[in-house]
Design a protein around this ligand. Structure first.
Ligand code: CP
Length: 312
């Protein structure tokens, strides 16, 4: 592949290849000398049109650790504010010969569109409600390390599924790897037609969490609700917030995940999030750097093997 725009086009063996390479970068990152040279001589530009802590920081660190020249565009301070379009902005940066563009945008499909206008590799760092492929890959690596495998697991994804690109990418990836995926949430936050993706849908946490190996919580994404259904946080926490009582329905060794940013006391109880025997939330962050190193390494290998004109 020339770009990493989503999980959808990836084959199971390609997912495994990224995760296997990421394992090597986990070891590198835990060592004293954290540097490799897989991106030496390459230029990486990060364009985040939406807020980010984890994804932006880890893409930046990943690029620096592999020897790329990394530039973070401050989109708040860019000429987008003067009316320049996304495509004109992309063409302008493209003229500076970047090799890797990392893009987050609030509109579904915007990163795909941008990738068609530039002649470098594009990585989707989250586009609207569509996909967040590196999040699903880092979640997969976290699960594989905790459970020793990434197939035939029972995995619950809970909460605001309708507005979540994290849920969508995870549903695709976990399905490709032949896991049982259970979605739990209020019907108002469940996308229509989701059952076609081979998932099971539950409205009740106790029922949906029964005997699962993995509990993946999602943030209530009020910024994407367009003034539509916004549940009261108190009521939402009562019915869907993960606390010890609800977690007791999962397997005794079930792990708890959250992509962040977390709203403690809304979708998850703070003590569960901090329980190092159950929560792998900090491991997810650690895996994020390694997975992004692996993804950019693989795209850079493709770049080097393609003549420039093929990239156009
Ligand atoms: N999980 C995630 O994408 O976090 P950020 O929005 O902080 O990047």
């Amino acid at each position: 592949h020339k770009h990493l725009l989503g999980i959808e086009p990836l084959a199971p063996d390609e997912i495994t290849m990224i995760l296997d390479l990421a394992e090597r970068y986990v070891d590198l990152n835990r060592g004293r000398a954290k540097h490799g040279d897989a991106l030496a001589g390459l230029t990486q530009i990060n364009m985040f049109f939406e807020n980010s802590t984890r994804t932006q920081a880890s893409f930046e660190l990943a690029g620096m650790r592999l020897g790329a020249d990394v530039m973070n565009m401050s989109m708040q301070a860019s000429s987008i504010k003067k009316g320049e379009t996304l495509i004109d902005t992309a063409l302008t940066l493209n003229a500076m010969h970047p090799d890797l563009l990392v893009v987050r945008h609030p509109h579904s499909g915007a990163v795909d569109l941008l990738s068609q206008k530039v002649n470098c590799a594009v990585l989707n760092a989250g586009d609207g409600k569509h996909e967040h492929p590196t999040q699903a890959l880092l979640d997969a690596l976290t699960i594989r390390r905790a459970k020793g495998r990434l197939h035939r697991l029972s995995i619950a994804i809970c909460g605001d599924i309708a507005h979540s690109r994290v849920a969508r990418s995870n549903i695709l990836l976990l399905g490709k790897m032949e896991n049982r995926v259970k979605l739990i949430g209020p019907p108002t936050l469940m996308p229509s037609g989701i059952a076609e993706f081979g998932v099971e849908v539950y409205e009740d946490m106790a029922e949906g969490l029964r005997d699962v190996d993995v509990v993946m919580m999602l943030r209530l994404q009020k910024e994407r609700m367009d003034g539509g259904f916004i549940p009261s946080e108190r009521e939402y926490y009562h019915r869907y917030g993960l606390d010890a009582e609800k977690l007791a329905h999962a397997k005794p060794d079930a792990i708890v995940m959250h992509p962040g940013p977390m709203n403690r006391g809304v979708e998850i109880d703070g003590t569960i999030a901090d329980d190092i025997n159950r929560s792998v939330i900090q491991e997810q962050v650690e895996m994020g750097v390694a997975v992004r190193m692996a993804a950019m390494d693989i795209l850079a290998r493709n770049l080097r093997s393609l003549p420039k004109e093929v990239m156009a």
